[in-house]
Design a protein around this ligand. Structure first.
Ligand SMILES: *Cc1c(COP(=O)(O)O)cnc(C)c1O
Length: 372
């Protein structure tokens, strides 16, 4: 018998088997609501009231959800967080950026800056995966970039402002909606909706301070930039509750549903509280485990939205992930390039904390039976 033949008893099956870190679980209620408006909403113009009111609902909802101060604006565009790095290299970085690199996603933004011919070599402050993030003595760049949650490793960075005048540009892709944040501590907090906002990919959102908006406006006319990456064009369109080019209407709708669900239940405090509960379950389980241990040793830097759990040499984590998959529990494989004997479990707000508890029991069941 191979691990893939192991069948979990019904009592060890979570109500939903999606624990992936993105795309991630979309709530059934949101999908049903989309089905309900399919005829009047899907397949209609994104420059008319139907869709623009959804975009307006997202932009206003985000202001409430994040308690944005006066003067902050919510920008929205097509292309996801990866595209936002390219846009930032044109519209936010003036000469040079400073990056905290602690894993795959943060290194990709640094790579964009390094490759941009119009920018100086970036200042990069690198920390080994899983370790407590190192900060530079002085920030030399005019943009200071780091992730709130480095999704590839499950290490978090406190959202902080360094001394000096650099714009603080935070990658909140997997953190936004699941981790508390003080808007006064960032100038740009950007993310995509396929993680805590339980929607689909392909869109980026950016919460921008007045200083960030001023930088975007000032750089707009000073250098060549492709229109799709021109943040001043994104500002113009966002103010009209539309995107520069055609967005996915389903993505917008599902995002609006998730945002409204979180707002109706108490907002960011509710959402972050759910993630905290799930995190307490999974780390509490791993801390006392015979074979498992949290990858991130520093408890204050363990992610409440993507938990990374190492297994010792007696366990083959990829066989474990595969056995879970045959039982309908999917996407708990570690970030591929990290190459560890690990499971990565998303704890996003849409995921039931009770399901996380059931998942830990399911893993224990499989471990017992795999060991033979
Ligand atoms: C998922 C993720 C990205 C990439 O998002 P895309 O929308 O796929 O471009 C970037 N940064 C972080 C921290 C992520 O978790």
């Amino acid at each position: 018998m191979t691990p893939d033949d192991l069948k979990l008893p019904r009592s060890l099956l979570p109500s939903d088997g999606r624990f992936g870190s993105g795309p991630s679980k979309v709530r059934d209620e949101a999908v049903a609501a989309l089905g309900g408006v399919a005829h009047e909403y899907l397949g209609t113009s994104h420059r008319r009231d139907g869709v623009r009111s959804v975009v307006a609902g997202i932009r206003n909802g985000m202001r409430d959800f994040f308690s944005l101060p006066e003067g902050y604006e919510v920008l929205i565009g097509v292309g996801g967080s990866t595209l936002f790095w390219d846009a930032a290299s044109f519209g936010l970085v003036e000469h040079r950026s400073t990056h905290l690199v602690l894993g795959e996603f943060s290194s990709k933004f640094a790579q964009v800056a390094r490759a941009a011919p119009h920018l100086d070599e970036p200042q990069v402050c690198e920390t080994a995966p899983g370790e407590t993030p190192i900060r530079p003595e002085t920030v030399d760049g005019d943009v200071y970039a780091y992730p709130h949650n480095e999704t590839s490793t499950g290490v978090i960075v406190d959202v902080h402002r360094p001394r000096g005048g650099a714009l603080v540009v935070v990658d909140g892709t997997s953190a936004a909606g699941g981790m508390r944040v003080d808007p006064g501590a960032f100038d740009v907090y950007y993310f995509a909706p396929q993680k805590c906002f339980a929607s689909e990919g392909g869109l980026w959102l950016a919460l921008c301070s007045p200083a960030a908006l001023a930088r975007i406006e000032r750089l707009g006319g000073t250098r060549w930039m492709p229109a799709t990456l021109d943040l001043s064009i994104a500002v113009e369109n966002s103010r009209l509750d539309q995107t520069y080019n055609t967005p996915s209407l389903a993505t917008l709708f599902l995002l609006r549903q998730q945002l409204q669900w979180m707002l109706d239940n108490g907002g960011l405090e509710f959402a972050a509280g759910r993630c905290d509960r799930s995190a307490a379950i999974v780390y509490g389980w791993a801390d006392g485990h015979k074979y498992a241990t949290p990858f991130v040793k520093d408890t204050s830097h363990r992610s409440p939205v993507t938990a990374t759990i190492d297994f010792d040499e007696r366990v083959d984590a990829s066989a474990l992930a595969s056995a879970l998959r045959t039982n309908g529990i999917v996407d708990v494989e570690p970030y591929r390039k990290l190459g560890r004997n690990q499971l990565r479990i998303a704890l996003f707000p849409a995921i039931e904390p009770d399901d996380v508890a059931t998942l830990t029991r399911a893993i224990d069941f499989l471990l017992e039976h795999m060991a033979g």
